[in-house]
Write a protein that binds this ligand. Structure first.
Ligand SMILES: Cc1cc2nc3c(=O)[nH]c(=O)nc-3n(C[C@H](O)[C@H](O)[C@H](O)COP(=O)(O)OP(=O)(O)OC[C@H]3O[C@@H](n4cnc5c(N)ncnc54)[C@H](O)[C@@H]3O)c2cc1C
Length: 502
């Protein structure tokens, strides 16, 4: 082991990943995690009345050796021995009166489906499908952190990745919502913004469709907590320590150098490097009291747009749903009348039916989850009045069950477990700013600002940040890669050759 030690704040995917690579490179490492016993942060699951509520992963980029990211997961011990499901459908949009758009994973089927719905949109469909086809040949370089790349690395990347850069930069400038407006078909117009976040660039969706087609973004059987636990096991196996129920209140500094942390219980712990893989806003403005910010850092928090917080409703249903085709992202059901959730109007309801993972429910039964984007301030204010907060959550669950009953007659009487998490639940368990489920969104207008976010703070030495608050677009692979990148930066500072073990 090297002399230099590391403390990591947060045992989510980014913190666990940074921990694994720190140990591979000889730095004694401790993770301080505020949860009482679980690793994974947002990448988690919880038990309710015999069901396991999968709280996160729908699809994991790099789940198969066909994709470059697979090696990252191998290094972290996350994929070995794990079964992945590759659904025939990315998702489906049901717009009522028999109108339906199935977003097939297979590109040929997707093309046929889109042309079945709207032959008059053939030109736009051809353009989209051709771009997806090209993306199936791209692999995104991830192995070297931009911060440690040389000019030669950069030039090599530009030359080898030129076709990808050219194609994706064109589509980075168009959001899913704006692209949808190019279709004549009302169904396709409605559908495109629903495929992911409406303001996300089409380039992201092109890559997702390509990963789906290549069967490189599968669902890990067992759910999200099992996945996180595998990475925690890897960290512990390499000799790391995780302290649970250890909420960091302050990052200790001396002469503008991070030297340790003070926990909420008042204990202090010191190390040579401090890496915060916890919420970005809390790290900068609470743990460091806003002492290390400049216009760039302030600009991130003023101009970038976070992913919205969610109402996350889980239902345990005594029904097999064997007649429903499994899909990676679930189904979006058009509502007869719009639904107001925390002041945010919903025209569609997104439900995921986990009929492809029998480990999440007793035999013959199924976990169903419903994700509804909402408003943090509304639920935060409401939670001050416990009775009203609980009542409104239950009313929402009743409403959602009613909607699903119309699509799946008999379902209401088959619901035997219901669990409603609000944005305040997400904040309580993971500390994510305003309950955001994935850090910063990427949009055509904020693309440049968030392109390569700084992982350090101005004027503070020996301190780094990892995780989805410094990797716009977020997600599990970005979080894991971010932890790996930070250790490359630390190794460079320590003049050590970075090592990644499988
Ligand atoms: C419903 C849902 C579905 C999703 N689906 C997908 C998907 O299909 N594919 C995908 O790639 N991504 C998905 N994501 C996004 C993904 O989960 C996140 O982007 C990723 O897990 C972020 O990891 P992280 O380590 O950066 O942050 P986090 O998971 O937020 O981890 C931060 C950790 O820090 C801890 N912490 C915070 N403050 C402190 C403190 N003061 N002291 C100590 N510990 C602290 C927290 O408890 C937490 O464990 C989904 C997220 C949600 C909620």
């Amino acid at each position: 082991m090297s002399e230099k030690s590391i403390i990591i704040i947060g045992g989510g995917i980014a913190g666990l990943s940074a921990g694994c690579y720190a140990l591979m490179n000889g730095f004694p490492t401790r993770i301080f995690e505020m949860h009482k016993k679980k690793p994974g942060g947002l990448c988690t699951s919880w038990k309710r009345q015999g069901y396991t509520v999968n709280g996160c992963i729908h699809w994991l980029i790099g789940s198969s050796p066909k994709d470059g990211y697979y090696r990252l997961w191998e290094e972290l011990g996350a994929v070995q021995g794990r079964d992945f499901v590759y659904q025939e459908e990315y998702g489906r949009i049901e717009a009522g009166e028999g109108q339906r758009f199935i977003v097939y994973s297979d590109i040929d089927r997707l093309e046929k489906e889109m042309k079945r719905i709207s032959p008059e949109d053939s030109a736009v469909i051809d353009e989209f499908i051709a771009a997806v086809r090209r993306c199936t040949r791209f692999t995104i370089p991830w192995e070297k952190a931009p911060e440690v790349s040389t000019l030669f690395d950069l030039l090599k990347m530009i030359i080898t990745q030129f076709p990808a850069i050219r194609l994706l930069s064109k589509w980075n400038r168009v959001s899913l919502k704006n692209f949808g407006e190019r279709f004549k078909s009302p169904l396709l117009r409605d559908a495109f913004p629903l495929l992911f976040m409406p303001d996300f660039p089409v380039s992201f969706m092109l890559m997702v469709c390509a990963w789906m087609h290549n069967r490189a973004a599968g669902y890990p059987v067992g759910g999200s907590l099992e996945f996180s636990r595998a990475i925690e096991k890897r960290f512990l196996g390499l000799g790391g320590e995780v302290a649970y129920k250890a909420k960091v209140a302050k990052i200790l500094t001396e002469n503008n150098r991070a030297v340790g942390v003070r926990l909420e219980d008042g204990t202090e712990h010191r190390a040579d490097y401090i890496i915060s893989a916890a919420d970005g806003h809390a790290t900068i403005f609470d743990m460091l009291e806003g002492r290390y910010v400049d216009d760039t850092v302030r600009g991130y928090y003023e101009k970038l747009i976070p992913f919205p917080p969610l109402m996350y409703i889980a239902l345990g249903v005594n029904r097999s749903f064997s007649d429903v085709s499994p899909s990676a992202g679930g189904m979006a059901l058009k509502l007869d009348r719009s639904l107001l959730v925390g002041g945010v109007e919903q025209q569609y309801l997104a439900a995921q039916i986990y009929n492809f993972d029998p480990t999440l429910a007793p035999a013959g039964k199924t976990l169903v989850t419903i994700l509804i984007p909402t408003n943090y301030d509304y639920w935060s204010a409401l939670s001050q009045n416990e009775a009203r907060y609980k009542a409104e959550k239950e009313e929402l669950a009743d409403e959602v069950i009613g909607i699903l009953e119309r699509r799946f007659p008999g379902l209401a009487s088959q619901v035997e477990m219901r669990d409603v998490a609000s944005p305040t639940t997400f904040v309580r368990y993971t500390g994510n700013w305003k309950g955001s489920f994935e850090g910063w969104q990427v949009t055509p207008s904020t693309w440049t600002l968030g392109k390569i976010m700084k992982k350090t703070l101005p004027g503070l030495e020996n301190f780094y940040m990892a995780g989805h608050w410094v990797e716009p677009g977020g997600g599990i692979p970005a979080a894991a890669m971010s932890g790996r990148n930070i250790i490359q930066i630390v190794c460079k500072k320590e003049k050590k050759k970075f090592v990644a073990l499988r």
